[in-house]
Design a protein around this ligand. Sequence first.
Ligand code: NAI
Length: 332
Amino acid sequence: MKILFFDTKSYDKESFQKQEKNYPGIEIDYLKTDLAPKTAPLAKGFDAVCAFVSSDVGSATMDALHEAGVKLVLMRCAGFNNVDLEKAAEYGIKVMRVPGYSPEAVAEHAMALALGVNRRLHKAYVKVRENDFSLGGLMGFNFYQKTAGIVGTGKIGAAMARICRGFGMKVIAYDVCQNPDLADFVEYVSLDELLGTSDLISLHCPLMDNTYHLINKETIAKMKDGVILVNTSRGGLVKTNDLIDGIRARKFAGVGLDVYEEETKNVFEDRSDEILEHSTTARLLSFPNVMITSHQGFFTEEALEAISKTTLDNAVAFEKGETTGNEVLKRD
Ligand code: NAI
């Protein structure tokens, strides 16, 4: 099978090349450019393309992939909100993903953001570097015996729930279906109750039509004053302008974002020499209680190894006509 790999970074190539020797039937060409309608025709002659979170796998790209004869889209990530599944189904293009490569990688990063923003580590680090040893502006609150509200208790949400329990927090959750593994320590509540009682809210549900802008003016108004909000799931879950209004209204003790609405152009790019025209990210970063990282939740050695292995296993299963459970199907 020939795979055209889009948006290659050095660490992607390294981890996939380590695995490639175990998959003799697979040949990969690595491209730096990302998948988009204009670059999709490059896949002519390839059986599959491998894409990532910021790739444009929308309608026009699907048209071009179909035209190029591609039969398989290998997403080397869990999320698939950037994929037009209807078009894929129409063309008989199979879409596969890596659903749970290392839930702990993302959950640990979510907790890192929560702790970092609570104790203002981003400020403290810079202050001490400048020989400013004063504590002004650095006060946080104990997580111990506070309430953590987990929205979405799949693999990552469950890992986050376990971490919060380890901190001695009461853990409550909202999900459309309950995770039986968490029954002994998580109490499921309505979204409104979660919003109104949590000291830390961490988002772990997928971005879908019914979760788009889940955090907005109305839901922010229902949150406790002094709450910490963490989003390591997808930017579209939070309506950024409403979040900014909420921060200005002093609603939040802290906000930690690994994902945000306008991240697509930024993700994994060095734009330090550019003048960014319309940046709500810059506006968010102007607040002392906001910490933003650039979609690095997944970025651990363990996760990269699992991603490359599962992606190549998906390719093999596709060739053999086997089903793995990693297929992404059109939503009804
Ligand atoms: P998962 O599929 O195991 O769990 C998602 C959970 O959300 C499920 O329990 C589901 O029932 C629940 N859910 C669905 N609709 C909901 C709704 N309307 N309200 C509340 N809960 C709802 O997914 P997993 O592996 O835990 O990943 C969660 C998300 O994390 C992914 O969708 C992806 O967007 C994001 N992610 C972010 C990464 C990063 O690097 N920052 C890396 C990997 C995933």
